[in-house]
Design a protein around this ligand. Structure first.
Ligand code: ZN
Length: 122
């Protein structure tokens, strides 16, 4: 995906969330290739660590929600609880994530279920 396409995805995501009364404090993405050896590409934790520093949130007080083993490995590497959602790659990843003990914040059907469990509402 080009940088312009990714920017468009983020803009649409932010706009659709705003229509529903939600907002993002920050949006980040690794824009490197797998061969670049950067610190921000999952399963490396660099993106999560820098985002926590930017938002002034201790990693242990945040939760990283993902659908892949690499997501939950990044969370562990950042010292952050990880939650697995069963959407996307989640169902295929679930057995391996559970075996590795990486879903320390739980397993949820989808992001809505996680949000309801974390902050209530519905
Ligand atoms: Zn990167």
């Amino acid at each position: 995906m080009s940088d312009a396409d990714l920017d468009a995805v983020h803009a649409r995501m932010i706009a659709e969330a705003a229509e529903r009364g939600a907002r993002f404090a920050a949006v980040r993405a690794c824009r490197h290739a797998p061969t670049d050896g950067c610190r921000c590409r999952k399963p490396r934790p660099g993106l999560l660590v820098s985002l926590c520093a930017h938002l002034k949130v201790p990693p242990a007080d945040a939760v990283f929600v993902g659908d892949a083993l690499s997501d939950l490995r990044a969370a562990r590497g950042a010292g952050m609880p990880g939650a697995l959602v069963l959407t996307g790659k989640g169902r295929a990843s679930a057995a391996e994530v559970r075996r590795a003990g990486l879903a320390t914040a739980g397993v949820f059907d989808d992001l809505r279920a996680f949000a309801v469990a974390e902050v209530g509402g519905g």
